[in-house]
Design a protein around this ligand. Sequence first.
Ligand code: COA
Ligand code: AMP
Length: 630
Amino acid sequence: MSSYEDAFRRSVEDPESFWLAAAQDVEWDTAPTRALDDTRAPSYRWFPDGTLNTSVNALDRHVGAGHGDRTALIWDSAMVPAKRTYTYSELLGEVATFAGALRDQGVVAGDRVIIYMPMIPEAAIAMLACARIGAVHSVVFGGFAAKELATRIDDAQPVLLVTASGGLEPGRTIEYLPMVDQALQLSQTPPHTVIVKDREQIPGSADDYKASSAAWFDWDALVADTSPAEPVAVAATDPLYILYTSGTTGKPKGVVRDNGGHAVALMWSMRNIYDIAAGDVWWTASDVGWVVGHSYIVYGPLLAGATTVMYEGKPVGTPDAGAFWRIIAEYGVKALFTAPTAVRAVRKADPDADELKKYDISSMQTLFAAGERLDPDTYEWATKVLGRPVVDHWWQTETGWAIAANLRGLDPMPLKAGSPTVPVPGYRVEIVDGEGKQVEAGTEGNIVVGLPLPPGTLTGLWHDDDRYRRSYLDTFPGYYLTGDSGFIDDDGYVFVLGRSDDVINVAGHRLSTGSMEAVVASHAAIAECAVVGIRDELKGQRPSGYVVLKAGVDIDHETLRQELVALVRDQIGAVATFRDVTVVDALPKTRSGKILRKTMRQIADHEQYTVPSTIEDPAVLDALREQLGG
Ligand code: COA
Ligand code: AMP
């Protein structure tokens, strides 16, 4: 039996001893005597009698073990440009001090704190500072606009919001403070305090908002006048963070992560999936606003005692397609984790990888990819130009770490193009048909995971147990519904083909077509609309809007397109990348009124499709096909 098979078998046959053994890598205030609490199945809790502090495990523990001088975080901004390095001792100092500032503002364990920040070290410092005092952070991606921020504020009901004067995108600055101010005005439950990290490249400061109903403070002024906070031990089952992610409706889902299971799972993953140990240099090119950034820019590498690189910039154009290779060479990066879109962007700009020849990337052992499917073409190209394993792995905001992977530290297996390899120990992955019956190897179906999910996965949705059960647990009792479809081949390799719901994935960013439809439908000229995710060569998918005008409306279609694009940008944010609008006479629907989004997508992508038997008017599909040239 291979070491993978052995670990997998133990993890599912005896999860109790498997995860209690893994838990020994964590420093506990009270060591857990039990791993799984199944008393409220199908909701599960891990390490119910353990207490710990996550930031102690990420920082104090390494300093205490004599590694305070080791580099914890390297910040490299291609945008400013600027570089900064923090040792573990320095990062601990910054985190403890900012935690003191939060404490002085009245934040206590269990309070929520929204973090709306660009890719600067203070984003990680704020996250770890919350963890230190037991506060629950909720990071909102900087590419979301005021209304999306307000929606998250209303759901999480934070007492405090941490932000920066802004972010830097190629060719423009993003001023955050007007958006924060607007979000506070839109919100029913605005936080009482806002802390602003001033960036000299971007106008605006806390002083400009003295008249606001919240108290606005400058980060630097606050930390200059405070004492460090001591860490607070919390229950392993207490929430560490809420991270909002797109569901099928306009309202985002607040995925709740615990402290104990999260620490155990991430430490296990750093060693067994990524083969990263203390002292290794690790780089995740993502954003702290996404789960990949939470787990593998901030928590995972620091829990492992590694050095994490935090990059503000793009893979191309800042300044060129050699940006990734420069960073690997400059810091001796052992493994890079990014989204396939970034690799496609590099390939498009530099198809022969000429930039790569300028750098010594010999430190690099592996390229990890996730966030969307790593298409075989991109996989082959990256493997060829890098001459190293390019390892796809599949996961979701909900799981917080990989469901399927090639476990480089446990048992590296042969790679297959288009597959994230095998289920990770702890995840009983199965493929089922619409009735919940397991299908044969090679047959496509719904990808589900047998309950309980392993430690580190979501413990629920913030204050919405009903939606949690409806979204994930009710469809196939005993299983977690991933929302992805795919198959498992004869060798046990998982292939993930795409979402089976209305969630789309644009440049590795998970977006809801439902929220875009709500915005488009609010335009005065629109009678009804559908937004579907169509294939895009660079970004994997992009949203495409189909609109039916109200009777009697006469508007130039290009003018309408521009207005809708501006509306989505204003209401959701630039990250929605909403640019395509097609005016159609009618939308194809079933007799019960459900819009046939999947069929529309198939027509737009020029794929084969079967006309659903429940269709209301087949002529609508014919007209659409003619219009889209299918
Ligand atoms: N704040 C404000 N705006 C942001 C933003 C942020 N943090 N991130 C992106 N945007 C804006 C971009 O400037 C762009 O605006 P534009 O329409 O005015 O050009 C828009 O949102 C769309 O962004 P994106 O889809 O990222 O396109 P891009 O052209 O800026 O970059 C890639 C394309 C492929 C280089 C980029 O998407 C990338 O590096 N992707 C990697 C994916 C990734 O990190 N995924 C995270 C999960 S692993
Ligand atoms: P997010 O929650 O933003 O991480 O998005 C999760 C979704 O992205 C998954 O449900 C998949 O649809 C998709 N995804 C992430 N990683 C992969 C992968 N390696 N292969 C295929 N799809 C992926």
